[in-house]
Design a protein around this ligand. Sequence first.
Ligand code: 5AD
Length: 348
Amino acid sequence: MNNTELIKKLNKERNLSEKEWIQIFDTYDEEDLEYAMDMAHEITVARFGRKIYFRGIVEFTNVCRNDCYYCGIRAGNSNCQRYRLEKEDILKCCEDGYEHGFRTFVLQGGEDPHYTKEVMTDIVRAITERYPDCAVTMSIGELDRDFYQALYDAGARRFLLRHETADAAHYGILHPKEQTLSSRMRCLKDLKEIGFQTGCGIMIGSPGQTSEILAKDMMFMADFKPEMIGLGPFIPHKDTPFKNEPAGSVEKTLLVIALCRIMLTDALIPSTTALGTVEAEGRQKGVLAGCNVVMPNLSPMEVRKKYMLYDGKVGTDMSAEAGIRALRSQMEEIGYEVIVARGDFQKR
Ligand code: 5AD
């Protein structure tokens, strides 16, 4: 079968064999990409309309105990100026976000031991009590199952934890040996079992990623059925071991987005900041490839430049308000209406 036939097959069967996935990643051309994007976009419009969900993201700490080789806030980066937002600061970000119409708050941070189970659940509870009409999404890495459960009990309903790669050896290229794929998978399984709408995902073009590995990622996602999928190009950061590695391509990122959309038609897929960083119109292209979410930054101006996962991150020189305005007009330019409702995952 040629690639367009494989993409048709994916649309019919919602999965492909390992060999078929590898073929697509090895041999796709411009036409295949366009075909996949058009199909994915059509599926998204039929399912969600020309609407895009907005989520407000609060980057509340850049302290991290991990040393991921790709990430600018890794523990080993002594050039990174660390900060923490306390409860009141975080609530202030939510208040601003609420006024702008946001009904989902994403709390993202490094794996920072300061935020113990008690501290974190107290913050989550304060947000859900103050904003009972809002969803709280956590993106704070690997934790014990009872920590996850406590977050759920405090009212958080969604959790983002990219698996980064479904190949154990590749996971070992991206992380020090203390971090393992099996631990990451244990977390994802726990999160699903507890009842979180769970997000996984990968960087496209991370060092060592091959077509075989991407095939494994697709097969993992076909099986795991994440409610949310985070996808963006790898972008080097100057203070990491991967500083001289090339960035992932916009085209390949769009291909993976489109294939994920065709495979998991109900999923919430954000058009990521990383995609908007490698290309000015990246986030618009993401939407045209099947994304249905964007996540404007609600973090205070003073800390934005310190939450640099990769070089050149867009939006760090803008206020929350300006960032929202810019994203909104980008979406309107391509004929999309911004939706600020909770926008929970719904299976059809
Ligand atoms: N380039 C692109 N994405 C990155 N992330 C971390 N570092 C980088 C980078 N250099 C992504 C990871 C992580 C998410 C929060 O950000 O996939 O899960």
